[in-house]
Design a protein around this ligand. Structure first.
Ligand SMILES: [Fe+2]
Ligand SMILES: [Fe+2]
Length: 281
């Protein structure tokens, strides 16, 4: 666990653009042959935009998200889509959506009310198809979008009355993970992560849900998991599978910088680089 984390941490500190791509390839040959088999692409992982939350003396939440969209425009290789990891405030996203130059795949966070989830589903009808959780494929890979946040509850739940439908998601996730062998990579994403040690944690998945998810991850060995919610960087492994708890692009605890993940899907797993989008001091 430690060795892998250290290397990923190093890669997260490498420069933007092709320099970072080339450098990551030079350390561990993550991308050897990726260009030949067409498996190489990148995507953006954006957490907790809190689009209607405007902090005194700072850019508005909407402007901070515009900085994310602007930074994405400069990345090389260009991200092919964005995962939006909850706490979105969909009424503002509806206004900003025409400014996004790449497809967005979103999940609700605990800030999204039942009405907010309804609006979110209406913004991305092809993904949601009437439910708050869904799966999509990209190239040879499967992405599983989990809705594990109840409205106004910092503890995560797979089953809650504010989810549509309120129950049944765990069985659906099992069905998706049963398809593991049909895909090159399988990536799960949601809003609230499990606690790294699966202990009771008021900012993580409820303990039983966390234990269940960890067991599924151990049994099926997906490629990686992405979450938001904690507003600071929390990266760890479950049975060797990397879990990326991403910083918010609006505000973070511990004075950690705002930004998003530029994720490189190479021939041998993922590399995640953090792209800062805060104002220069
Ligand atoms: Fe949040
Ligand atoms: Fe949250």
């Amino acid at each position: 666990m430690g060795k892998q984390l250290d290397r990923r941490e190093f890669l997260a500190l490498t420069g933007a653009g092709m320099a970072g791509w080339a450098l990551s390839g030079a350390h561990g040959q993550e991308h050897a042959g990726a260009g030949q088999n067409g498996a190489m692409y990148t995507f953006a992982a954006v957490a907790d935009p809190h689009l209607s939350e405007n902090r005194e003396g700072e850019l508005t939440g909407a402007e901070k998200f515009r900085r994310v969209l602007g930074a994405i425009e400069t990345l090389d290789p260009a991200p092919e889509f964005m995962l939006m990891l909850g706490d979105i405030h969909p009424t503002v996203l509806e206004v900003l959506l025409p400014e996004a130059s790449l497809p967005i795949h979103a999940v609700a966070g605990n800030h999204e009310s039942k009405e907010g989830r309804e609006l979110l589903r209406s913004l991305f009808p092809d993904d949601f198809q009437g439910k708050d959780y869904y799966a999509f494929t990209h190239r040879d890979d499967l992405y599983i979008a989990m809705c594990n946040a109840a409205h106004v509850d910092h503890v995560g739940h797979f089953e809650t009355e504010t989810n549509t439908p309120s129950v049944g998601q765990c069985e659906w996730i099992e069905e998706q993970l049963a398809r593991r062998d049909k895909f090159n990579r399988v990536i799960l994403f949601g809003h609230i992560p499990p606690d790294p040690e699966l202990r009771p944690n008021g900012m993580c998945l409820g303990q039983n849900d966390g234990r269940w998810l960890a067991q599924k991850v151990q049994d099926t060995q997906p490629t990686a998991l992405f979450f938001g919610h904690r507003h600071h960087r929390v990266w760890f492994d479950i049975a060797g599978v990397p879990v990326y708890g991403m910083r918010s692009c609006n505000w973070n605890f511990n004075n950690e910088p705002v930004g998003f993940g530029h994720v490189f899907a190479g021939s041998n797993g993922l590399d995640v680089r953090f792209i800062e989008t805060g104002e220069e001091a």
